[in-house]
Write a protein that binds this ligand. Structure first.
Ligand code: SF4
Length: 348
């Protein structure tokens, strides 16, 4: 199979045109056709010679994301289930906020992390996406937004998969997204969310980007976190916290903690107290997420009054905390639910 053109950063394209004895400026032209003009074929790159277009066509392919399902929420959220060339399916979400349009992208087909509240992990990991397959999700979303003269203003890497288990592809995707000659998404408008793959938290800190880091923490201590997230047995709670302190010192950036509240499991006042103690010296923000009901798991939602109480305890102890506004609730927008339904129906 030919490599995807979206797998190539501008620097990769520069190397490719040099190897192919083309003038250096051709790389910039190709990049511009891909990310500014957003064409879907080499044929449309009309300021390139016919010979170069034919060569590109011989050596590369475009990622094709076929729309299997498109669900539109009352709040403007649009959720897509896209088919890949090998019949796998991935989810991408466009979220509308009053400050712009945010895209939630997927980095792996399925996930092997095994968080007990998540539908994405039910069938395990099928494969990593290439950088280009992640890029294609944003380009496709941008093309949809082009119809109404809107733009992708922020990206969250919070779809299916663990981005730090597909680290190189994720980093290349990010480099393509932030390039000023391409989509030029502001680094501070991008958030990568990890379940706590410790070695790559250190690596990410050393990249010295301005990209935001979020951690799915979901418990205030090692024991409970291991129950909810088996990855905690590989990378224990204290090691995750140590790596986050390193990240904060190295980058001077604030960390976001994602905390999915599960009724009767991790949502009691004592959990809030314990969490506040762990986070008290950290430059951070806590995002409380009322857990979505996943039929395969036996979790119930935390009652509203208990969510507010959890928030109050954290806030009283000086922790910066918000409750995540739920988007696309009416269209099963929680990570992996659409794909899980699709897998079920195609297996029948
Ligand atoms: S929450 Fe994220 S890391 Fe955990 S199983 Fe789901 S997709 Fe994987």
């Amino acid at each position: 199979m030919k490599p995807f053109i979206y797998d190539y950063s501008l620097e990769d394209l520069q190397a490719w045109v040099q190897e192919n004895n083309e003038p250096a400026f051709r790389a910039g032209q190709i990049f511009d056709w891909l990310y500014v003009k957003r064409v879907s074929s080499f044929e449309e790159m009309t300021n390139l010679s016919k010979g170069l277009r034919a060569k590109l066509n011989d050596q590369f392919s475009f990622v094709t994301l076929s729309e299997i399902t498109k669900l539109q929420s009352k709040d403007g959220t649009v959720k897509f289930l896209f088919g890949l060339h090998d019949d796998h399916a991935i989810e991408t979400v466009i979220m509308r906020h009053n400050y712009g349009n945010s895209i939630c992208v997927t980095t792996q087909v399925g996930c092997r992390i095994g968080c007990t509240f998540c539908a994405s992990t039910l069938g395990g990991l099928k494969r990593n996406l290439t950088a280009g397959e992640i890029v294609a999700q944003v380009v496709q979303a941008q093309k949809i937004l082009d119809e109404t003269n809107e733009r992708v203003s922020s990206i969250v890497i919070m779809g299916s998969g663990e981005p730090f288990e597909n680290y190189e592809a994720t980093m290349k995707f990010l480099r393509i997204m932030i390039h000023e000659k391409g989509l030029n998404i502001g680094q501070r408008h991008i958030t990568v969310s990890t379940s706590g793959i410790v070695p790559n938290i250190y690596k990410f800190a050393d990249e010295e980007t301005q990209i935001n880091l979020a951690i799915s923490i979901h418990a205030p201590n090692d024991k409970l976190r291991s129950k909810l997230m088996p990855v905690n047995r590989r990378f224990p709670f204290d090691d995750v916290m140590k790596s986050l302190h390193y990240y904060m010192e190295k980058t001077g950036r604030r960390i976001t903690f994602e905390y999915a509240l599960i009724g009767g499991v991790n949502d009691r006042p004592e959990h809030a107290e314990e969490l506040a103690n762990v986070l008290k010296d950290m430059m951070c923000h806590v995002n409380l997420i009322p857990v979505n009901y996943v039929p395969e798991r036996n979790y119930v939602r935390t009652p509203r009054k208990d969510i507010f109480e959890f928030q109050r305890i954290l806030a009283d102890k000086g922790v910066n905390v918000t409750i995540r506004r739920e988007q696309g609730h009416d269209i099963a927008a929680a990570c992996g639910q659409l794909r899980a339904k699709h897998m079920e129906s195609t297996a029948r």
